[in-house]
Design a protein around this ligand. Structure first.
Ligand SMILES: NC(=O)c1ccc[n+]([C@@H]2O[C@H](COP(=O)([O-])OP(=O)(O)OC[C@H]3O[C@@H](n4cnc5c(N)ncnc54)[C@H](O)[C@@H]3O)[C@@H](O)[C@H]2O)c1
Length: 360
């Protein structure tokens, strides 16, 4: 099936549709993966990344689009799961023509897939793509979009963390707790603000010295440590990974002193089995794709005509969803990550089935 080079078989992954897009003049090679439209049009960002091979690009889009189906289902959205990858180095390859060519391929799917920002693509890119397709969200405010999604992502992470705190300590607040934030980027910075407002003590780290400068200037009460290893080993109650994926791995989990993990980073579990290791150590893990869904809630709201207050209220419900997942995990004796998957699958099946009721 691989149009560019490979003979992989995405059909075996359970996806509804996988589309290979090529425009030789601009150098565009994109793959759009639609895992499911059971709940509505697929929604998920476009990752622009220099994959080592077409196989790697395909594997990533299949994985990411499936993840979006679960994330969108639990966020309560009327959207299925999709994602796209553009294969190449955005620094060298990104151009107006390439983005517009890509936009035309998105348009050709007739609304089965809505795109948005991801690693390597930005709000300004969505504005360009929007010149060729209606099926794009995450645009700038100047172009009728909702702008930076990190504000509601951080708000949602905070809500999920409150639910986890309630589950472990009996009260939905971080007041008096020590929270370790790894990554003071767009989301991490907003999250620190919510935590301090709630009365938490914050310990933080970032590889970028500018982020440390920001913390010293903006929130001098935040304690800074050299790196993530030091943060993980610190005497913290909650660990909030807000940098890259794979934060919970065979090195960090045994060293972790926190009782709760809740953070914005995608794909925090480095490999299957880590969720069990966390559970065995008595660490409550609030699944990443549940607590970080504020961003997709925002871009989904933009499709309706963005209303910040409505989107904020939807992101606030991440508290209720996380609570429900943690209770289900206890009731069914499974880690929260497994309970979250079960809840998402239930919604996709129950609500998706309604389409079998015929309407003219
Ligand atoms: N922005 C959103 O709306 C959104 C939505 C859902 C999920 N996420 C995820 O949340 C995470 C953070 O997103 P963001 O938008 O804040 O990204 P960002 O790029 O603005 O911030 C990431 C920060 O992490 C720091 N960092 C990188 N490696 C590090 C390391 N090893 N140790 C400590 N710090 C490190 C970077 O210097 C940067 O300051 C990402 O994993 C992203 O995929 C973001």
């Amino acid at each position: 099936m691989g149009v560019f080079a490979s003979t992989d078989d995405p059909g075996s992954s359970g996806h509804e549709q996988v589309v290979f897009c090529q425009d030789k003049q601009t150098g565009l090679r994109a793959i759009i993966g639609i895992y499911s439209t059971a709940l509505g049009p697929a929604l998920g960002g476009t990752r622009f990344y220099p994959y080592a091979s077409e196989e790697d690009a395909l594997a990533d889009v299949l994985d990411l689009s499936r993840g979006m189906a679960y994330k969108n289902a639990l966020a309560g959205l009327d959207h299925g799961g999709g994602k796209a990858v553009i294969w190449g180095d955005p620094e060298k390859l990104k151009s107006e023509a390439l983005l517009r060519a890509y936009g035309r391929f998105v348009q050709s799917l007739g609304g089965r897939y809505y795109t948005a920002c991801d690693v390597g693509t930005f709000v300004a890119d969505m504005d360009v793509i929007a010149r060729e397709t209606r099926f794009v969200t995450g645009r700038s405010v100047a172009h009728g979009g909702a702008g930076d999604s990190s504000i509601l992502t951080a708000w949602g992470v905070f809500q999920g963390m409150r639910a986890a705190a309630e589950h472990v300590w009996g009260s939905p607040t971080l007041a008096g707790r020590r929270v370790g934030v790894a990554g003071l980027g767009k989301v991490g910075k907003h999250l620190v603000g919510h935590l301090l407002d709630d009365g938490a003590e914050v310990v933080a780290t970032d590889v970028d010295p500018k982020a440390h400068d920001w913390a010293r200037t903006t929130h001098p009460q935040v304690a800074l440590v050299d790196d993530t290893a030091a943060l993980v080993a610190a005497d913290i109650d909650v660990y909030a990974p807000c940098a890259l994926g794979g934060a919970l791995n065979d090195d960090t989990v045994p060293a972790l002193r926190a009782r709760v993990v809740a953070g914005a980073a995608n794909n925090q579990l480095a490999h299957p089995g880590i969720e069990k290791l966390l559970a065995d150590r008595g660490v409550l893990y609030a699944p990443d794709y549940v607590v970080n869904s504020g961003g997709v809630i925002q871009v989904a709201d933009e499709i309706e005509g963005f209303n910040f207050e409505r989107a904020r209220l939807r992101a606030t419900r991440i508290y209720d969803t996380t609570r429900e997942i943690l209770r289900l995990a206890d009731a069914e004796g499974v880690p929260p990550a497994v309970a979250a998957d079960r809840l998402a699958e239930r919604r996709m099946a129950e609500v998706g089935r309604l389409r079998t009721i015929h309407l003219r």
